[in-house]
Design a protein around this ligand. Structure first.
Ligand code: ATP
Ligand code: PAU
Length: 404
C-alpha cells in the first residue's frame, strides 16, 4: 500500500509542491500522518470519501467541529449548506440513507477535529445521486472527491461530464485496510464477537479488544463478491482468495426464489424461515451423526438437497427458501475463510462488508463455523462500521496525500 494511491488527482499534486510539515500521528498503528501546508492552508472543505461498489455506494462526510474557521466567506456558506443538508436529514432522494447510529465523533483528519457521517445508496441510482448533488450545490462546493471501489473507475467519466468533478481514485483494498485500522484505533468499542453460538438463546455479542497493532490477521470482505486478505502490517497485505458467491449472490438468488425486493426484506424472511425443510442434513442421510469424522446429525450435508423432491417443494415457504439461501452462502464463505486462516496460520478473522448489515444470522453462523471446525482456535471478529471501511480509508488517503 503506497502513500500515493490517489495519483491521478492533479489538484492535489499541485498542492504537494508546496512545503510539508510533519504532524503528530493520531493513529498509533505505524501509519505516520503528515500535514501539508500549501501556503498555510489545507484543502477546502467539505471533505468526502466515496466507495462505489458493485451494489452499494458508500459516502463518508467529515463535518468539522473545531473552532478553526474557513478561509473565505464563500467556503463558509457552502460548507454550511452542505453540512445542513447532509446532517439534518437521514434520507436523501428515494434511496439514500444516513446511518446515524454509525456516526463517529471526535475524529482527527488532516489535523482537524470533527464528526464522520455515513451515507449509502444503491450504485444503480448513480444518475439520481449526480442529479441531487447538482441540485443541492454539493458538486459546486467540492474541489476533490477521493473515490474507491470499481465504480471510481466505471463512473469516472460520468463525474467529469455531469459534475465537472475529477475523482481522485484510490485502490479499494488499500482503502479497506487503511479505513479498518484507523477505525479500530479510533474506537475502543469497534469490535465484537458472538459467544456461545451453539445455544441460540444464550448466543450474544461481547466487546472484543482487537490488538490492531499486532499482526497478522485475516479480513474477509463480504460485499457483492468476497475478497479474503491476509494483513501482515499497516502497509503489508495480500489478497489470498475470493469468491463470486457473496452478498450479491444471496440477494440475487433470494429475489429469484422468493420474489423479495430488498435486502432488508430478504433478511426478514430468512429470520422467520427454517432451512431444515430445504437442506438435506447429515441425519437425513445417516439417521444420526457421522461420528467417525465428527459430522453431527444437524450439519447440512447438502444445501437445497431436499428440493429435488416435488413433495418437499410443496411444503416449503418463502421464508424457508430465504433462510436456506442465507445459510448456504454464509456456510460457503465460512469454509473459505477457515481454509484461508488455516493455510496462513492466522487465528483472528475479521468479517466486514454490508452483507453483514442487519444480519445476525450470518454472523452467528460464521462464528459457530470458525469456532467449531478449528476446535476454538480461530476467532470470528465483527466490526460496527461493517461496510464503510473502504470509504473511510479513501477519505484518509486525502490526508495521506500530504506526506512528504
Ligand atoms: N440496502 C441494501 N441494498 C442492497 N444490498 C444490501 C443492502 N444492505 C446490505 N446489502 C448487502 O450488502 C452487499 C453489498 O455489500 P458492500 O456494500 O460491502 O459491497 P459492494 O461494495 O457493493 O460490492 P463489491 O465490493 O463486491 O463491489 C449486497 O450484495 C447485499 O448482500
Ligand atoms: C471484484 C471485487 C474485488 C469488487 O469489489 C469483489 O466483488 C470480489 O472480490 N469478487 C470475488 C471475485 C473472485 O475472487 O472470485
Amino acid at each position: 500500500m503506497g502513500p500515493y494511491t490517489c495519483k491521478e488527482c492533479s489538484s492535489l499534486q499541485t498542492m504537494e509542491q508546496s512545503h510539508t510539515t510533519v504532524i503528530s500521528n493520531s493513529l498509533s498503528n505505524g501509519m505516520s500522518m503528515h500535514k501539508n501546508h500549501f501556503n498555510g492552508k489545507i484543502p477546502p472543505m467539505p471533505w468526502f470519501g466515496m466507495d462505489i461498489g458493485g451494489t452499494l455506494s458508500k459516502l463518508v462526510f467529515f463535518e468539522p467541529k473545531d473552532s478553526i474557521t474557513a478561509q473565505t466567506e464563500d467556503e463558509t456558506q457552502l460548507l454550511f449548506n452542505v453540512t445542513k443538508y447532509l446532517t439534518k436529514n437521514s434520507a436523501y432522494g428515494k434511496s439514500g440513507h444516513r446511518d446515524a447510529h454509525q456516526q463517529m465523533n471526535n475524529v482527527k483528519i488532516c489535523n482537524r477535529i470533527g464528526t464522520l457521517h455515513f451515507i449509502r445508496f444503491p450504485t444503480s441510482e448513480m444518475n439520481n445521486f449526480l442529479e441531487l448533488s447538482k441540485k443541492k450545490g454539493m458538486a459546486a462546493s467540492v474541489s476533490t472527491v477521493c473515490a474507491t471501489g470499481g465504480g471510481a473507475f466505471k463512473f469516472e467519466e460520468m463525474f467529469k461530464n455531469e459534475l465537472n468533478l475529477k475523482l481522485c481514485k484510490c485502490d479499494e483494498l488499500d482503502s479497506l485496510i487503511r479505513g479498518l485500522l484507523f477505525t479500530v484505533a479510533s474506537n475502543n468499542n469497534e469490535c465484537y464477537f458472538w459467544s456461545q453460538c451453539t445455544e441460540d438463546e444464550q448466543c450474544s455479542t461481547q466487546e472484543y479488544t482487537f490488538q490492531y497493532n499486532k499482526y497478522p490477521f485475516i479480513v474477509v470482505n463480504i460485499g457483492s463478491g468476497v475478497s479474503v486478505l491476509a494483513v501482515y502490517g499497516p502497509n503489508n497485505y495480500k489478497r489470498i482468495s475470493g469468491t463470486s458467491i457473496g452478498g450479491g449472490t444471496f440477494l440475487g438468488l433470494c429475489s429469484l426464489l422468493t420474489g423479495c425486493n430488498t435486502f432488508d426484506e430478504a433478511i426478514e424472511l430468512a429470520a422467520n424461515g427454517d432451512n431444515v425443510k430445504v437442506d438435506k442434513l447429515v441425519r437425513d442421510i445417516y439417521g444420526g451423526s457421522y461420528s467417525r469424522f465428527g459430522l453431527p446429525g444437524e450439519l447440512v450435508a447438502s444445501s437445497f438437497g431436499h428440493m429435488n423432491s416435488k413433495e418437499k417443494r410443496a411444503q416449503v415457504s418463502r421464508e424457508d427458501l430465504a433462510r436456506a439461501t442465507l445459510v448456504t452462502i454464509t456456510n460457503n464463505i465460512a469454509s473459505i475463510a477457515r481454509m484461508c486462516a488455516l493455510n496462513e496460520r492466522i487465528d483472528r478473522v475479521c468479517f466486514v462488508g454490508n452483507f453483514l448489515r442487519v444480519n445476525p444470522i450470518s454472523m452467528k453462523l460464521l462464528s459457530h463455523a470458525m469456532d467449531y471446525w478449528s476446535n476454538g482456535s480461530q476467532k470470528a471478529i465483527f466490526l460496527n462500521h461493517e461496510g464503510y471501511f473502504g470509504a473511510i480509508g479513501c477519505l484518509l488517503s486525502f490526508d495521506e496525500r500530504f506526506k512528504e
